[in-house]
Design a protein around this ligand. Structure first.
Ligand code: PEP
Ligand code: MN
Length: 306
């Protein structure tokens, strides 16, 4: 893997490495990269209308500014796609195995869950972000979301790069755990070269020989925050302490560290019943812990005088 050379800056990354101060990206009514550290919080997966409403209310009370909620889930294994489940009932029906959904079935079922996400965002005045999996799903999603998330698995998906370059909504681009900042900025340069500049970069951990956690796959690269600020000073950077640590008890500490290092935002999985979340139950925070995280993050951003 290569580091970024002077030649790269001149020839391969001329647009994203422009000097200057951070250019805030507008997500609905919220600025990412402005004065405030922005918390994008919510369920890993939208399970029902009631679930996402309750979570939107809970995160809003603690001061989150953007609601995150996955609908299309790029699962590691083919079973248990949340889109194949009936909506979670109020007793908290637990995810079971489902049949394998065709893409057409996924698209059809997803729209209903995007409606729930939008309704919850509107009810609590929170712009919404959700992951995009398919270029031909972009027009449907664009009706409901304020920001498209590109998950780490899709960092190099050129169908998505081309389709999203044509949209008017901003993009949250995650770095793959095995990819360099050079590659991440290369993807950002593809967007910039197509005139798509409302981009936020997300650090979600790198692969290392061991992670201090039997379940997890990555360790967050705090240095990446500082390095991205140096190489691409105009582009806002956020970190995802939930999907990198994959462990609830690490999320608070890593959020503090990321904000202290200069991150413009954090992406946090939150659920009122974390142990029974359909996806990623080991990492979601409950409302109380999320409240603690928000007040500590606020304290840190005051100390570093953002
Ligand atoms: C997510 O944010 O829900 C997600 C699946 O992210 P990642 O691509 O980082 O795994
Ligand atoms: Mn998740």
């Amino acid at each position: 893997m290569k580091d970024i050379s002077q030649g790269d800056i001149q020839n391969n990354l001329p647009l994203v490495t422009q000097p200057g101060s951070v250019r805030p990206v507008q997500v609905g009514s919220v600025e990412v990269g402005g004065k405030d550290v922005v918390a994008m919080a919510g369920p890993c997966t939208v399970e029902s209308r009631d679930q996402v409403m309750r979570i939107a209310e809970g995160i809003k009370k603690s001061g989150a500014q953007i609601l995150r909620g996955g609908v299309f889930k790029p699962l590691t294994f083919p079973y248990g796609d949340p889109l194949g489940q009936p909506d979670r009932d109020s007793d908290g029906e637990v995810l079971g195995r489902t049949h394998i959904l065709s893409k057409a079935e996924q698209m059809e079922r997803a729209e209903k869950r995007f409606v729930y996400l939008r309704e919850a965002g509107d009810a609590f005045d929170l712009p919404v972000v959700s992951e995009v999996l398919y270029a031909d799903g972009v027009p449907m999603m664009e009706k409901y979301v304020d920001m498209f998330q590109i998950g780490y698995r899709h960092m190099f998906n050129f169908d998505l790069i081309y389709a999203l370059s044509e949209t008017s909504k901003p993009i949250l681009l995650k770095r793959h755990y095995g990819e360099s900042l050079r590659s991440l900025l290369g993807v950002a340069e593809h967007f910039f070269a197509r005139g798509k500049k409302d981009l936020v970069l997300c650090e979600r951990g790198v692969a290392v020989p061991h992670t201090h956690n039997v379940e997890s796959r990555a360790v967050i690269d705090i240095q990446a925050v500082a390095a991205l600020k140096e190489y691409a000073p105009t582009i806002p950077v956020v970190i995802d302490p939930s999907h990198s640590t994959f462990k609830r008890s690490y999320v608070l500490a890593i959020s503090r560290a990321g904000v202290a290092a200069g991150a413009d935002g954090i992406l946090i999985d939150v659920h009122y019943d974390p142990e029974n979340a359909w996806v990623d139950p080991l990492q979601a925070l409950n409302f109380e812990d999320f409240g603690t995280l928000m007040s500590e993050v606020k304290g840190i951003s005051e100390i570093i005088k953002r």
